[in-house]
Design a protein. Structure first.
Length: 471
C-alpha cells in the first residue's frame, strides 16, 4: 500500500496565496468546485492507496479537518507542525510516524496546492514510481515542460534506467529566459514538481547520512506525541531546534539513489493569479477568464475574480483583478509576481491584513467579522448541527446574540434557554455562557460585541469538547 503524505502547511492569503498566514491557496476553490486540498486527495488512484496523512500548521487545523470531513475523506491523521521548517523536516516527521506502522511504508509526497488535469497520466506515473521506490530509489516527478518557464527549478535527466524512469544528472535553479529556452529545445530538462515517492526507511537513512541534524531534531520531537480529535501534535521546542531546509537541498541533491519519472499530465502549481488565467477553461471571445459577478467592456486577455461584489472593468488589457472579503488586487497580468513587494510592505507597516483573515473557521463552524468600530464589533456566526462552543466568559466585553436561522441553546450562568429566529439574548461582562446548536440545520446568528477590549484572547474557557482548555 502507498501512503499519501499531503503537505498543506504553507502560508498564504486572499491577496495571493503565499503572501500571509491567513488562507493558503490549498484551502481555496480556485480551479473547481472543490478546494485544492480536496482535489489533491480525490484525484489519488482508488486502488493501492492507504489513508492519507496530512501535514498542516496549527492555525489551519480546523479548516483542514472540515474540508476532509465535508468530502467524507478518511485519513490517517492531521499532523500539526508547531512551526514551519520547510519540506525536509515535514517529510521526516511523516516518515517517522509511518515507520511506526511499517518500516517499508512507501510514501507518496504531494503538495496540496497543485493542479493536475490528466488523472490517468498521473496514475500511470505513480505506478512507475512505485516500482522504482520498491527498489529503494528516491523518486522525483519531473514535469515535461511546455514552455521556457523561468519561475520553476529544473531537473536534468541522465541515462534511462532498465526498470523505467531516468537517472538524475543534476538539479538546476530557476534559469534565465535564454537558458530556459535551451532547456526546452534540448528535451533533457524537466520542471521540478516538488512531488516524490520513496520508502520511509530509505528517506530516513539518507537524511541520517546527509543531514543528521535534521533527523535527530525530528526524532527527538516525536519522542512524545499527543492526539486530540483528528490532530497529532509533537514537541514544539525540540522541533524549533530543527534546521529549515527543503528536501531538495537536504537529500535529493546529495543522494546517489535519486531518479526521475516524467509526468505529462497538465500540471500547474498555480503560482500566481495569472496561472488561473492560463488554466481557465471557459475564456470568453476576448480571452478573458471571469469568476463571480463581473461586467467587462473593452477588456482583453484578463483575469477577473469577484467573491463578494460586482466588478466592472472597462478598457483594460492583460490585467488581474481580484476582489475578496479582505482586500482588492489590481495588477498587470505580467507583474503579479511582484505582489511579494506589497506583502513585504504590509508586514513592515504592521498592517492587520498581513496576519488576519476576516472569515475564521473553527471546529464548530465559522465566524465572519462583518463590521467593527472603536468599542464594538459585529460577527456573523454559523454553528454546525450538533456542535457547541466552549463554556466561557469575557472580562472586557458584553455580547448580544440575534438568531437569524435555526435554533440556539443558550446557557447564561445557571440558566439554559432555547432562542429561535428573530429572538435575541444579552450576555453581560463576566457572565459564564455557552452556545449550542441542538437542531438539524445550521444555526446562524449575529453577534454584537461591545466593550473596552474585543480581542480573541479575552476568552476564558472552562470546558471545551475540542480540547482547547489548557490544563
Amino acid at each position: 500500500m502507498i501512503k499519501p503524505i499531503i503537505l498543506a502547511g504553507g502560508t498564504g492569503s486572499r491577496l495571493w496565496p503565499k503572501s500571509r498566514a491567513a488562507l493558503p491557496k490549498q484551502f481555496l476553490s480556485l480551479t473547481s468546485d472543490k478546494t485544492m486540498l480536496q482535489d489533491t486527495i480525490l484525484r489519488l488512484p482508488k486502488n493501492g492507496m492507504d489513508k492519507p496523512m496530512l501535514i498542516c500548521n496549527e492555525e489551519h487545523r480546523f479548516l483542514a479537518a472540515e474540508q476532509l470531513r465535508s468530502e467524507g475523506i478518511e485519513h490517517a491523521g492531521i499532523v500539526l507542525e508547531p512551526v514551519g521548517r520547510n519540506t525536509a523536516p515535514a517529510i521526516a516527521v511523516a516518515a517517522l510516524l509511518a515507520t511506526q506502522e511499517s518500516k517499508d511504508a512507501i510514501l507518496l509526497v504531494l503538495a496540496a496546492d497543485h493542479l493536475i488535469e490528466d488523472h490517468k497520466a498521473f496514475e500511470s506515473s505513480i505506478k512507475q514510481a512505485n516500482e522504482l521506490a520498491e527498489q529503494n530509489k528516491l523518486v522525483t516527478f519531473g514535469i515535461v515542460p511546455t514552455e521556457a518557464h523561468t519561475g520553476y527549478g529544473y531537473i536534468k535527466s541522465g541515462n534511462s534506467m532498465p526498470s523505467g524512469g531516468m537517472e538524475v544528472a543534476e538539479f538546476v535553479e530557476k534559469p534565465s529566459k535564454e537558458i530556459a529556452e535551451a532547456y526546452l529545445a534540448g528535451k533533457e530538462h524537466f520542471w521540478n514538481s516538488g512531488m516524490f515517492m520513496f520508502k520511509a526507511s530509505v528517506y530516513l537513512d539518507e537524511l541520517k547520512q546527509h543531514r543528521p541534524d535534521i533527523y535527530e531534531a525530528c526524532a527527538a520531537s516525536l519522542i512524545e506525541t499527543n492526539s486530540d480529535l483528528d490532530f497529532i501534535r509533537f514537541d514544539e521546542d525540540k522541533f524549533k531546534a530543527c534546521p529549515d531546509e527543503s528536501i531538495d537541498y537536504a537529500v535529493m541533491e546529495k543522494t546517489q539513489s535519486a531518479c526521475l519519472v516524467p509526468l505529462d499530465a497538465g500540471w500547474n502549481d498555480v503560482g500566481a493569479w495569472s496561472s488561473l488565467w492560463e488554466t481557465h477553461k471557459n475564456k470568453d471571445n476576448n480571452g478573458n477568464a471571469c469568476v463571480g459577478d463581473v461586467i467587462l467592456e473593452g477588456v482583453n486577455n484578463s483575469y477577473v475574480n469577484s467573491e463578494e461584489r460586482l466588478i466592472s472593468v472597462i478598457g483594460l488589457d492583460d490585467v488581474v483583478v481580484v476582489e475578496t472579503k479582505d482586500a482588492i488586487l489590481v495588477a498587470n497580468k505580467h507583474k503579479v509576481q511582484d505582489i511579494k513587494k506589497v506583502v513585504n510592505k504590509l508586514k513592515a507597516d504592521n498592517r492587520s491584513e498581513f496576519e488576519f483573515h476576516r472569515e475564521v473557521f473553527r471546529p464548530w463552524g465559522c465566524y465572519d467579522s462583518i463590521d467593527n468600530g472603536e468599542r464594538y464589533q459585529v460577527k456573523r456566526i454559523t454553528v454546525k448541527p450538533g456542535e457547541k462552543l466552549s463554556v466561557q466568559m469575557h472580562h472586557h466585553r458584553a455580547e448580544h446574540w440575534i438568531v437569524v436561522s435555526g435554533t440556539a441553546s443558550v446557557t447564561i450562568g445557571e440558566n439554559t434557554q432555547l432562542v429561535t429566529e428573530n429572538e435575541s439574548v444579552y450576555i453581560p461582562i463576566g457572565e459564564v455562557h455557552a452556545l449550542e446548536n441542538p437542531g438539524k440545520i445550521p444555526l446562524e446568528l449575529i453577534e454584537v460585541q461591545s466593550g473596552s477590549y474585543l480581542g480573541e484572547d479575552d476568552i476564558v474557557r472552562f470546558s471545551d469538547r475540542y480540547g482547547r482548555v489548557k490544563k
